[in-house]
Design a protein around this ligand. Sequence first.
Ligand code: NDP
Length: 498
Amino acid sequence: MTAVHVPGTPIIEDGRLVSTSPATGAEAGRFPVASVADVEATVARARAAAPWWAGLGFTGRRERLLRWRALLAKRIEELAELVHVEGGKPIADAIVEIVTAIEHVDWAARNARRVLGPRRVRSRLVLAEFSAHLEYQPHGVVGVIGPWNYPVFTPIGSVAYALAAGNSVVLKPSEYTPAVGQWLVDTFAEVVDEQPVLSAVHGLGDVGAALCRSGVDKVAFTGSTATGRKVMAACAESLTPVLIEAGGKDAMIVDADADLDAAADAAVWGALTNAGQTCIGIERVYAVEPVFDAFVDKVVQRAGRLTVGADGADIGPITMPSQLDVIRRHIDDALARGGRAVLGGAEAVQPPYVRPTVLVDVPEDSAAVREETFGPTLTINRVRDADEAVTLANALSYGLGGSVFGRRRAVAVARRLRSGMASVNSALTFAGMSTLPFGGVGDSGFGRIHGEDGLREFARAKAITRRRARSLLPAMTFDRTDADVARLVKVVRMMYGR
Ligand code: NDP
């Protein structure tokens, strides 16, 4: 019996990875599967290209990256169509994703010199005879492993910053979105055709594992927490530094003085955009008792209006067919434990689609509250006050983003969320703010992409001291005398002993 191919599930045919649309099964592209030797050869070519790219300096790289940015902007519709065909994402969502990515390319290109370039830093009195110099030098070759859910925005969050910092990059796109990954590489090669500064290797998870073991100087991984652990273990063998951007279970808190219409709009969009397949998607809401019922009504009204389907709909298919079982399990578990579906429910899963589902009063120990669902579902639970909401929001091992709606206490509440990011009176907006770092805590990973921290993540600090005068208190020499040491003690007591 021949196995039936489920649309969207990648297959390997004659050594090629065949990518198909989860909605229609149409082929999006086929790409040679890399062997371990191929991965090593690609990394070797990237290593040879790295000094040339670094040698262009901040100005040369900025000019190339800005040309790439312009090309992405000019061909945004072409790329959005590819994202739509390969992953099923609605065109409008794809456009928003690409715009955000373009913004990051622009910012990284324009700010790399300011953030990473050589500068003098202040000397301290104890070593006043030395000047201090700091710069951030590229690692060399960075391996970027990306997920499928934001196949442009997510890799670019690492790729653009790593390139701006002067590294060459080898990208391993998800097996579900190789065509988009290859498109990014090909368009970059149109503006940088001299050397393979950005290249791709395709295949399944083992290709990602081979990239971790290939001798790259840093790995930037975005994907699930479980795979992140494997990536870290593989990188540990060679002490390769690693950045982990992993999963989440982000919460929104709706306080008593919130604008409920705005909160409902943000909750629905934050939970259901990209069919809920968003690492920073809102998966849980904690609404305080006095506004709970009104808020739920508004969410149901808005979410109930959304259309589901292949083309022109608000919500597209679930990209990874196996995720449908997870979504179904979470809904079933929530209902079995006493939660109520005020929209959608057990019948909402209709492969490859899931209709918007809003679950209320879901027990805190159920899978729908504790595990990443990655589908167009939302739990809304009632809480006494914002303090209880913070406690529940912080109860999980994930800590990626979060959102708070309210007036008086909203920023204070946002600061108390155990997460790398939060948005007040909006949802997910921190992801598009290229001046801000992006990343999580706990099971959501560590390290930062975006912003100044994101640039520094792809460079190593190089510290240089330079003598500018004779030492008045010679301490770091065997020529020092007892009197020198005694004077040193006296000075330190004077400076710090009070
Ligand atoms: P996976 O963890 O399944 O895969 C991520 C990438 O790792 C893919 O390219 C995958 O390749 C590769 N991979 C798989 N096994 C290995 C291995 N042993 N060694 C090295 N690489 C490997 O995640 P998904 O692609 O399913 O993405 C969804 C997850 O990503 C969600 O948990 C989501 O929250 C998270 N995410 C986090 C973001 C963040 O910034 N924090 C942003 C976006 C998503 P292949 O696809 O071929 O298996």
